[in-house]
Design a protein around this ligand. Sequence first.
Ligand code: PAF
Length: 264
Amino acid sequence: MAVKIMTKPAQMQKMSQAWKRQGRRVVLVPTMGALHQGHLALIRRAKKLGDRVVVSSYVNPAQFNSGRDLKKYPRCAAADAALVRRAGADVLFRPAGLYAKNSSTWVEETDCSRGRCGDRRPGHFRGVATVVAKLFHLVQPGAAVFGEKDHQQCLVIERMTRDLHFPVRIVRHPTLRERDGLPLSSRNLRLSPRNRKWAGAWAQALRQAASLGPRRALGAYRKLLRPLRSVRPEYVELVKGNLHAAAWIGGVRLIDHRRCGGSR
Ligand code: PAF
């Protein structure tokens, strides 16, 4: 079945309202495009949860910390449309913009967004919460699927959904990984072949450190990173038995987390 590409927010909202009147269960998969197998898994999960699947693709300027990073974010419109069609979603919602020129309304979550990525990327989660709230208003889903890789993002969205009384079930989907353990991410496309190897080594270091258990994980991670010359660690933190880390490799920021003492 052909996927319908929608660009107008009002048109998207109207379609969702019509579906809901017909008793359809609408499920949203929010993305910023540059889709990969991880997104495919989210779409497959969404299909199991409902009978109308909307994939949104919008590179949200409000969640980037620099114009340079925003500009460099990979954009692959044609390949994305083909992938969404193959995955069997009903609508690819690709709005040209979601902010008026003098937009002055924001959604800010102030608890889960503290620490880790929230501290290193000021304003990032405000941008995420705002755009996800906008998408919920436009698509009006009963459920929305997010990748577990962005763990803090999941926490922020879950809290925002509860606090603002959105009737949306937030579904987390497990992280998908490359053979060497690097989590799938649109940002991986920006790694040179050499840096891609360093990224794999970084992911393995995190896995190995976490496998040693919570008492040894932090020290082991720092030690394992020492020989990885091209990896610039940003943070490493132990939160509720999970080892969370962010690192820069060749100008690309990567995040990951692993359960301590487990193989997840
Ligand atoms: O995870 C992402 O791709 C983005 O942060 C999201 C949730 C689509 C909001 O722009």
